[in-house]
Design a binder for this molecule. Sequence first.
Ligand SMILES: Cc1cc2nc3c(=O)[nH]c(=O)nc-3n(C[C@H](O)[C@H](O)[C@H](O)COP(=O)(O)OP(=O)(O)OC[C@H]3O[C@@H](n4cnc5c(N)ncnc54)[C@H](O)[C@@H]3O)c2cc1C
Length: 314
Amino acid sequence: MSVEFEAAEALRHIALDETVKSYVLQHPPLYQSLRPAAMRFIGGETLNQCVEITKSLNQQGHAVTIDFMGESTRDASLAEQATQEFLNVIQAIAEQDLDASISLDLSHIGMVVDPELGYRNACTLAAASEQAGLEMMISMESTDRTDLILEIHQRLCEQFRNVGITLQAYLYRTYDDLLAALQRPGKIRLVKGAYEAPQSLARSRDAELDAAYSQLMETLFQSGHSCSIATHDPSLLSDAQKFIQEQTLASEKIEFEMLQGVTPERLTTMRDSGYRTRVYLPYGQEWHLYLCNRLAEYPPNLYQAIVDIVSSDV
Ligand SMILES: Cc1cc2nc3c(=O)[nH]c(=O)nc-3n(C[C@H](O)[C@H](O)[C@H](O)COP(=O)(O)OP(=O)(O)OC[C@H]3O[C@@H](n4cnc5c(N)ncnc54)[C@H](O)[C@@H]3O)c2cc1C
């Protein structure tokens, strides 16, 4: 086992530890020193900062999806506050005429306090998004939450047509989940999967996962359903382009989506090739988990993080 692999697994594990998250938030010197490393991957800590970065990405020809970062809220009043903040995001997008949608974790808006609370808050946001003509994307979380998230998505789709869902290619179950999601309205975003997951449920991060992603992507393309190919993997991006060209697929319903600060040049290349592109732009103060996942995905980022921390003014 390589040291990079071990570092990645350790970071994924830390990312799931809620006590570490609150420790970082409650210790200003630690928070302040890690902050510069997180800034590379986020749209700032406030909505205003995020709006400014969204405008600049729009000017570069990329749509944006804005996420007020957070997950696993254990308190109903904090879940209400998060829902209110997402309403502010929707209002800012509409008022400033941004080319943007919203993305959220259902556990951030109450799903782990009570699934009905999560569902009700998601309805509030789906309705406000619909009224503003926006799309709302639901992120996919750890495997103990997959069923509940898909069930809430199904219920939302009985009322709304603007609610999309994220599916993780690393899960063995995803082909069946994809066939079910294709029966519902709303964009389907395909990702590899970021969370630690039991071997019995998930493929390891190797060629088998890439083959599964490719197969799911082809099924999505052939369906003609609105979709987001959310990967930075150059060989999957090239498979996607080949498939679109060979099958002469209409590209209006296909979008390529990447994370803020991760391989922006690849997204620009896709834009220059005439594809629709979108940047996932999270903002807020709960960046601890998000930063750990970005470092785990690509351990050389650890060196960049050290440079960012050491060269900041803090
Ligand atoms: C828009 C979007 C939404 C997402 N939503 C979810 C979600 O809801 N649930 C979930 O589990 N996961 C989500 N993810 C994360 C996803 O599951 C992967 O963990 C992440 O995208 C990395 O996988 P990859 O497909 O880029 O492939 P990888 O094999 O991880 O990476 C391929 C190549 O991309 C580059 N790269 C990838 N990551 C980085 C990085 N952090 N820094 C620098 N270079 C990098 C490297 O060159 C690497 O070799 C989302 C990803 C995107 C883009």
